[in-house]
Ligand binder design. Structure first.
Ligand SMILES: Nc1ncnc2c1ncn2[C@@H]1O[C@H](COP(=O)(O)OP(=O)(O)O)[C@@H](O)[C@H]1O
Ligand SMILES: [Mg+2]
Length: 462
């Protein structure tokens, strides 16, 4: 539990909130203290100024000392905060001494104004049992000492600190609960993803996580995960289909052979009939070998074990040689094969495989071509690529089938293909060869008009 991201997230959240709370509290405390002490200083300075103005006035008017004293006393009495006032004459005698100072205490004993200064304000911690802020002003009409207790400024700050101290644990509890709730809420979806992921096996690939309504991180995880299962599902289905098709293809020749051999064993047959049966069985064996060879080739391609050669291949030469072979194959159906003199085109790759790819296309063109028809072979360079075309004027392929003919074992007409010796792997292999050479293969076709297969390969870097 303590190692889960959920717990750590909630913990971090609480720590951040608590730290922020402490910093904000201290900042407020500091701000209040500063503001209040500035205002206290201002009040004291104003008071001192008032007294000096009063003294100057009394000197100007030659008032009696008693009148001045009474006036100051009255003024001090109006002031709500306790203030200590002490005034010394310019000749050094005590002129005024507020009653709250008592008889033996003088403010002058606490403040020593340097000679070059006329004003000073400072905090005195040694005065009785409380701190005071004391101002001294020296003027020609006398020296004024005025002090006020600092309690008025420290009290609100201290009270605030006490409130914060009470509030602190409450804030931490709320943050912890809130953090835990948020973390739980965001992770409940993730837990759902984990649950489903654990449930999913090859047999349950239809399972999907319910989509998240918002496009946040969780939503992205879910849609990525669902996409991944869909792809897995598709490739598993494809694999299952592939093995089913492969076993079916291998079983057919075996069934044929078995029934033929049983006939040979059980009934009286002539030497000629026996020879025919053996020839049939041989045909089926050859067919099975061809299927297995093709399957092995594709399997190696799938697992990346087929180590293709990387040599310079002269496609012009290769297509000319293939043309010679195709003329022989096509002659069975009296098909004419045409090839204009091919240019010199070099690609890099495996000559044997490229030859196999061309033969597969030509084989199809012959098989699905018209009797006494024509096959066009073309090679040219286009947009810095080699382009090979194999076209026929045969049965053609419908739009629907065109999308699938490159799939393994797919045949438009299974029976006809089989009759012609096909298993539906020729185009899959051609496609794989084109793609492993960094190229593409495509088809254009019209039913009853003919088909044209195009292979585009990158040229070999010089
Ligand atoms: N030139 C073509 N004209 C018409 N149909 C074709 C042509 N080439 C391929 N096809 C169709 O595509 C299918 C798959 O071709 P391929 O993989 O070579 O298998 P196969 O030749 O063994 O049947 C063929 O069965 C056929 O229906
Ligand atoms: Mg074929």
């Amino acid at each position: 539990m303590f190692r889960s991201i959920r717990f750590r997230l909630a913990l971090w959240y609480t720590i951040v909130v608590a730290t922020t709370f402490v910093f904000v509290s201290l900042a407020i405390y500091e701000y209040i203290n500063r503001t209040l002490s500035a205002s206290l200083d201002q009040t004291i300075t104003n008071e001192v100024r008032w007294i000096i103005t009063r003294l100057e006035k009394s000197k100007l008017r030659s008032e009696s000392r008693q009148t001045t004293r009474e006036d100051i006393f009255e003024h001090a009495g109006f002031f709500p905060v306790k203030e200590y006032i002490e005034i010394w004459d310019s000749n050094g005698t005590l002129f005024y001494h507020s009653a709250n100072l008592g008889d033996e205490d003088t403010l002058a004993a606490y403040a020593h104004l340097p000679l070059d200064q006329t004003f000073q304000i400072s905090t005195i911690t040694t005065f009785r049992n409380h701190d005071i802020r004391l101002a001294v002003q020296k003027t020609p009409v006398g020296s004024v000492f005025l002090a006020m207790p600092t309690e008025s400024i420290t009290a609100p700050g201290n009270q605030l600190l006490r409130i914060f101290a009470w509030l602190g644990p409450l804030v931490i509890i709320v943050a912890a609960v809130g953090g835990a709730y948020l973390a739980r809420k965001s992770f409940s979806k993730i837990n759902q993803v984990i649950d489903i992921a654990q449930r999913i096996t090859a047999d349950r690939l239809y399972d999907r996580i319910p989509e998240h309504p918002t496009d946040d991180e969780i939503g992205k995880i879910i849609s990525t995960f669902n996409d991944m299962i869909s792809r897995l599902d598709a490739s598993f289905t494809q694999m299952k289909q592939f093995s089913a098709d492969a076993s079916h293809e291998l079983r057919t020749p075996l069934t044929v052979m078995r029934s033929q051999l049983e006939t040979a064993l059980n009934s009286k047959i002539t030497h000629l009939e026996l020879k025919k049966i053996i020839a049939n069985c041989l045909d089926e064996t050859l067919r099975m070998s061809a299927i297995i060879e093709n399957l092995l080739l594709l399997a190696k391609g799938d697992t990346g074990q087929d180590h293709l050669k990387q040599e310079k291949v002269d496609l012009g030469k290769l297509i000319r040689e293939t043309y010679d072979e195709s003329v022989i194959i096509a002659s069975q159906k009296s098909i004419t094969v045409t090839l204009d003199s091919p240019p010199h085109v070099i690609v890099s790759g495996d000559e044997q495989r490229l030859h196999q790819m061309l033969l597969n296309l030509i084989d199809n063109a012959v098989k699905y071509g018209r009797d006494r028809g024509t096959i066009f072979l073309r090679l040219n360079k286009e947009d810095g690529m080699a382009k090979i075309r194999v076209a026929d004027d045969g049965i053609g392929i419908s739009e629907h089938d065109m999308a699938r003919i490159f799939d393994r074992f797919y045949r438009v007409d299974r029976a006809r293909s089989r009759e012609l010796g096909g298993v539906g792997l020729g185009l899959s292999i051609a496609k794989w060869i084109a793609e492993t050479h960094g190229g593409t293969i495509g088809v254009a076709s019209k039913v009853d008009k003919g088909s044209e297969f195009t292979v585009i390969l990158p040229l070999s870097p010089q």
